[in-house]
Write a protein that binds this ligand. Structure first.
Ligand code: HMG
Ligand code: MG
Length: 311
C-alpha cells in the first residue's frame, strides 16, 4: 500500500466475459489477457475455476492460463469457489515445469453480504460459504498462493433490497481473519451512490473489528453511472485498489439487470492529473476495449475509451 499509487485490478477477462451471452473461445479470452498485459495492467483476473454448469462462459480457464502471455511482475488471479475448483487449479499448477513463469500465484474467493445472494451465486448460506472458504484459503496458502476475498452486494441485494452495512463489515472481517490479504467490496448491482459508498465504508472501517483502508478494495458495477464517482468517494476514505473492466465489460450472472464493472479507461481518464500513479497506458487500453467490443459484437461501454478511439 502506497497512498500515492492507485492499483487497478483488471477484471474484464473474468467478471466481463463471464456474463457474455455468446460463447467465447478460450483463444479470444487468452488474447484479451495478453493484450491487457501488453497495455500495462499489473493485475489481470484471468478466469474462474467454477462449475461450468453454473457459469459456462468460464469453462476452459486452464487453457486460457496455458496459452495467454504471462509477463513477469504481472499477477493473474483466478476465482475459486470450493475445493473442487482448487483441485482443478492445483492440477494445472502441478503440470507446469518449474522453470516456467507460474500460471498464477493468487486466487480470489467470494461470498456475499446476504444469504439470498450467496445462495443464488454459490448454492449455500453465508455461514456455510465462510466455512467452505476457510478450508480453501488454508490449503491455497499452504501451496504459496495469495488469497483475495470478495464480498458481493455491499449496498443493495437484487433479492432483498438495501443491505445492512454491519453485515458487510462482519463478513469482510471473517475473510481477513481466515487469511485473505485484501477484501474487495462489490456493489454487484451497481446501484450505490457515492454517499452510499461513503456510509458503507464508514461502517466497515470503524468500531470493533474495523477493517483498515489498506486491506480494502472497491468493486463497483456501473449500472447507474456512479462507478467513477464511487471510486473518488472511496479514495477520499483511503482506499487505493479498485477493480475495473476494460470497455466496461460484464455483469454478474446472478444479478439480473446489473451491467458491467466501471470501465478501466474511464477510471484512468478520471485519475489523470490527480497526482496518483496508475498502471496501464490509456490509449493502448482504449484500443484493447475497442478490439474486445468488436470481437463480442457488443457496444463499447467506456465513455473515455470511445472518445479516445474517435480522436
Ligand atoms: P453446487 O451445485 O452446489 O456444487 O454448486 P456441488 O458441490 O453440489 O457439485 C455439483 C456438480 O458440480 C458436481 O458435478 C461437481 O463435481 C461439480 P456432477 O457430479 O453433477 O457431474 N462442481 C464443479 N465443477 C467444476 N469446478 C468446480 C465445481 N464445483 C462443483 N469448482 C458451486 C456450488 C460453488 C460450485 C457453484 O454454485 C458455482 O460454481 N458457483 C459460481 C458462480 C459464479 O461463478 N458466479 C460469478 C462469480 S462471483 C461474481 O461475479 C461477483 C464478483 O464479481 C463481485 C461482485 O460483483 O459482487 C466477484
Ligand atoms: Mg462483479
Amino acid at each position: 500500500y502506497d497512498s500515492n499509487v492507485v492499483n487497478i485490478v483488471e477484471v474484464g477477462p473474468r467478471d466481463g466475459l463471464q456474463n457474455e451471452k455468446a460463447v467465447i473461445p478460450p483463444s479470444v479470452k487468452a488474447e484479451l489477457v495478453t493484450r491487457l498485459g501488453r497495455a500495462g495492467m499489473k493485475t489481470i483476473e484471468s478466469g474462474s475455476f467454477v462449475s461450468p454448469k453454473w457459469v459456462p462462459q468460464m469453462a476452459g480457464t486452464p487453457e486460457v492460463l496455458q496459452t495467454m502471455e504471462r509477463l513477469p511482475g504481472v499477477r493473474y488471479p483466478v476465482l475459486v469457489p470450493n475445493m473442487k475448483g482448487l483441485d482443478n487449479l492445483f492440477a494445472l499448477l502441478d503440470s507446469a515445469s518449474p522453470s516456467d513463469v507460474p500460471f498464477t500465484d493468487e486466487i480470489a474467493i467470494f461470498t456475499a453480504a446476504t444469504d439470498a445472494f450467496c445462495k443464488a451465486n454459490t448454492n449455500c448460506t453465508i455461514a456455510e460459504s465462510l466455512e467452505r472458504l476457510a478450508s480453501v484459503t488454508e490449503r491455497a496458502k499452504a501451496k504459496g498462493l495469495r488469497v483475495r476475498g470478495y464480498v458481493s452486494v455491499v449496498v443493495v441485494c437484487p433479492y432483498t433490497g438495501r443491505v445492512d452495512y454491519k453485515k458487510v463489515k462482519d463478513v469482510s472481517r471473517a475473510l481477513l481473519d481466515m487469511g485473505c490479504y485484501e477484501v474487495s467490496l462489490g456493489d454487484t448491482v451497481g446501484a450505490g451512490s457515492p454517499w452510499d459508498i461513503r456510509s458503507m465504508l464508514e461502517t466497515v472501517m470503524s468500531g470493533a473489528g474495523a477493517l483498515p483502508a489498506t486491506q480494502l478494495a472497491g468493486h463497483f458495477h456501473d449500472t447507474y453511472g456512479t462507478g467513477v464517482p464511487n471510486i473518488l468517494a472511496a479514495l477520499e476514505l483511503g482506499l487505493r485498489t479498485f477493480d475495473a473492466s476494460v470497455a466496461g465489460l460484464g455483469g454478474c450472472p446472478y444479478s439480473p439487470g446489473a451491467t458491467g464493472n466501471v470501465a478501466t479507461e474511464d477510471v484512468l481518464y478520471a485519475l489523470q492529473g490527480s497526482g496518483y500513479k496508475t498502471p496501464g497506458d490509456l490509449d493502448a487500453l482504449a484500443e484493447v476495449g475497442g478490439w474486445i467490443s468488436g470481437m463480442l459484437g457488443r457496444r463499447n461501454e467506456s465513455r473515455a475509451g470511445k472518445a479516445i478511439l474517435a480522436r
